[in-house]
Design a protein around this ligand. Structure first.
Ligand code: PMV
Length: 297
């Protein structure tokens, strides 16, 4: 028996770290997928992935039994760079396992079941994640996510226009997400995190407008990046990537994800995105352009 599950990666547009403290974040699903294939086999469950991480098999075995399965992982996402590779892996694994459950008379898992069960895999990699990564991976599109008082609140963000983003990967972070979250907690950055929450609310409102004022949203993203610098999670490479993206014509730019390395992105108009990507690539950056299309919810 063979079962396949797929799920997209994600980009946090704004609100990372603040979301851990109960403020809102906005994240979008990326058209970059992870596919998990399960094949029945004799003996202990084994994984073929090309990913060298001792947490991988125990994490997958919170969903798949530890005997009887071969798990193959194929992914278009770089691992550990803030593009939600572990969340996509969690949701893809759950979808593959749920395909097995359905084939053997079980029920199809809905979004809530996927979201709750994905926490077990995400915890294996990230300690105590907010859940925003696997919420957007399971739901797709663009979402507003808050976890105030422990319970997640997930609402679709109703885009009316496509968003043109240029993403730069500065390479694997020097610290894990859990370490960076802990560093921010120890720093006691409540005022900065609350200020990020206010920015996120304004970005959400502006992105849901019939015509997005890209210049204004870009300026809000620049302020979000400055606040993330202030709480110590940016790096010289992320800051330089943001400067390059802005100079190349992006309306605004910020790091995305936990920081300490990983990705930054620039918000562009649809007319400028290709030029911005080409100029960033000419500066030697590892770059790709992506368009986030409105979803019919
Ligand atoms: O870099 P990532 O994809 O692990 O994103 C982390 C986002 C944080 O807000 C820093 C942590 C979280 O659990 O939301």
């Amino acid at each position: 028996m063979v079962h396949v599950g797929e799920a997209p990666g994600k980009l946090i547009l704004c609100g990372e770290h603040a979301v851990v403290a109960g403020h809102p974040a906005i994240a979008v699903a990326l058209p970059r997928m992870t596919r998990v294939t399960l094949r029945a086999r004799l003996g202990a469950t084994a994984v073929a992935s090309g990913i060298d991480d001792p947490r991988l098999l125990p994490a997958l075995c919170t969903v798949v039994p530890d005997t009887g399965w071969g798990i193959t992982i194929e992914s278009e996402l770089p691992v550990g760079c803030g593009l939600g590779s572990s969340a996509a892996l969690a949701i893809a694994t759950l979808r593959a396992w749920n395909a097995h459950e359905v084939a053997t008379g079980g029920e199809r898992a809905d979004f809530d079941a996927l979201h709750v069960r994905a926490f077990a895999i995400e915890r294996a990699f990230h300690g105590n994640p907010s859940g925003v990564d696997h919420a957007v991976s399971a739901l797709g599109g663009a979402v507003r996510y808050t976890r105030a008082g422990g319970a997640p609140r997930i609402t679709p963000l109703r885009l009316h226009e496509p968003l043109a983003l240029v993403v730069v990967n500065t390479g694997p972070p020097s610290h894990t997400t859990a370490e960076l979250v802990e560093r921010v907690r120890q720093r006691g950055a409540e005022a900065e995190l609350a200020a990020i929450g206010v920015l996120v609310a304004e970005v959400a409102e502006r992105l849901e407008a019939a015509h997005v004022d890209v210049a204004h949203v870009g300026a809000l993203l620049d302020r979000n990046h400055a606040l993330l610098q202030g709480i110590g999670v940016s790096t010289p490479a992320l800051d330089a990537a943001c400067v390059t993206l802005r100079r190349a014509g992006a309306a605004g730019a910020k790091l995305a994800g936990a920081g300490g390395g990983g990705v930054a992105f620039g918000l562009c108009t649809r007319d400028t995105a290709a030029t911005v990507a080409a100029e960033a690539a000419a500066q030697g950056l590892d770059v790709f352009g992506v368009t986030i299309h409105p979803t019919a919810w």
